[in-house]
Design a protein around this ligand. Structure first.
Ligand code: FAD
Length: 289
C-alpha cells in the first residue's frame, strides 16, 4: 500500500437545533486539539441540509480550521451544484467530498436531477474548477448496496478516479480483510489514489444496526451477538465497541492504510477514546513539532 503521510480526519453532520449546534461546536473544539487534516460536513441529497451545512462549514472556517464540505448531486441541477461550488471556491475552501447521495424512498425518476452518479459530479468539478479542490469520493469495501456485483462496483469506483478524484474515504466496516481485499482489487485495476478507511465508533446498538442495514455495512455475527447481549447496558457496549474499533484501526494502520476518517456522529468522546488508545497524537505530530 502507500507510504505517504497518513491523513486523519473527522466527519460531522449539520445540526438542526440550537442544542445540536452547541454540541457540534464543543465536538469540533475537543477534536481539533488532535490536529486533524480536516473536518468534513455532510450534505443532504437535493440540498435538504444546504443552509445547515453552510452554517457548520462557515463556523468551522471562522475558527481557522480546515473544512471539507460534502456535496451530493442527486436531486440537484448542474447550476445549483456549480453555485455551491463557486461559494466554496470564493471562501477559499480547497477540499470537497463529491457524492451521488440517495433520494428519499418514493421519489420519482424525475427527481434525480442533472447528474446521475458521482463520477459526473467529479467530472463537472474538474471541468469548471480545475484543481481548485482536492476531490474526495466514497468507496465501498463491502460493496455499495445497489451495486450489481463487486466487479461492476469497482468499475464504477474507477470511473470516479478516472474523472479526477484525488482520494477516497470508505463506507465503514468492521472487517479489516474486506478493506485489504478492496485495496488489492483496486491495485489490480491500477487505481492508485489513497483509500482512507471510514471508522464508525460503536456507542449505541440499535442505531448501529439501523445505519448498517441502510448502508450495507456488515456487523460480524460475533460482534452483533455480543453487543445485543448487553441490552441497555450502554457502558458495556461502549467498552467493547472501543476495544473492537481500536483493534480494527490498529490493524488497518499496520496494513498501511493512508489514514483514518472518523464518523464522529458529532460526539467527541467515542472517537477520542479510540484515538488515545492508538496513540495517534504521536503518529499525527507535525514534523518538527
Ligand atoms: P456513486 O459512486 O454514484 O455510486 C452509487 C451506485 O451507482 C453504486 O452502486 C455504483 O456501483 C453505481 N454507479 C456509479 N457510477 C455509475 C455509473 N456511471 N453508471 C452506472 N452505475 C454507476 N450521502 C449523502 O446524502 N450526504 C453525504 O454527505 C454523504 N456522505 C458520505 C460520505 C462517505 C465517505 C460515504 C462512504 C458515503 C456518504 N454518503 C452521503 C452516502 C452516499 O451518498 C450513498 O452511499 C449513495 O448511495 C452513493 O453515493 P456515491 O457517491 O458512492 O455514488
Amino acid at each position: 500500500m502507500t507510504d505517504i503521510q497518513p491523513t486523519f480526519s473527522f466527519e460531522l453532520f449539520p445540526p438542526k437545533t440550537d442544542k445540536g449546534v452547541a454540541r457540534l461546536r464543543e465536538t469540533v473544539t475537543a477534536l481539533n486539539a488532535r490536529r486533524p487534516a480536516f473536518f468534513s460536513v455532510t450534505y443532504g441529497a437535493g440540498g435538504s441540509t444546504q443552509s445547515t451545512t453552510f452554517a457548520a462549514v462557515d463556523w468551522i472556517r471562522e475558527q481557522g480550521i480546515a473544512a471539507a464540505p460534502h456535496l451530493s448531486c442527486i436531486g440537484s441541477t448542474r447550476d445549483e451544484l456549480l453555485g455551491i461550488l463557486q461559494r466554496y471556491a470564493d471562501q477559499g475552501i480547497d477540499r470537497v467530498v463529491a457524492l451521488r447521495g440517495d433520494l428519499p424512498s418514493g421519489a420519482g425518476a424525475g427527481a434525480i436531477g442533472d447528474l446521475g452518479h458521482a463520477n459526473e459530479l467529479v467530472a463537472l468539478i474538474r471541468e469548471r474548477f480545475g484543481d481548485t479542490f482536492h476531490v474526495e469520493v466514497a468507496a465501498y469495501p463491502e460493496m455499495h448496496p445497489q451495486a450489481r456485483n463487486f466487479d461492476s462496483d469497482l468499475d464504477n469506483f474507477k470511473r470516479k478516479v478516472d474523472a479526477g478524484a484525488d482520494s477516497a474515504i470508505t463506507q465503514y466496516f468492521y472487517n479489516a480483510d474486506a478493506y485489504a481485499a478492496f485495496v488489492d482489487a483496486c491495485a489490480d485495476r491500477a487505481i492508485d489514489i489513497p483509500i482512507v478507511p471510514g471508522i464508525m465508533p460503536i456507542t449505541n446498538f440499535s442505531n448501529l444496526v439501523r445505519f448498517s442495514d441502510a448502508c450495507g455495512a456488515e456487523i460480524p455475527r460475533w460482534l452483533r451477538k455480543r453487543l445485543e447481549g448487553f441490552g441497555d447496558d450502554t457502558a458495556s457496549i461502549a467498552a467493547l465497541g472501543t476495544a473492537v474499533v481500536t483493534g480494527l484501526c490498529s490493524r488497518l494502520l499496520e496494513m498501511g492504510a493512508p489514514g483514518l476518517h472518523f464518523y464522529t456522529m458529532n460526539q467527541a468522546a467515542p472517537t477520542l477514546a479510540i484515538w488515545d488508545n492508538l496513540g495517534l497524537d504521536a503518529v499525527n505530530a507535525l514534523p518538527g513539532a
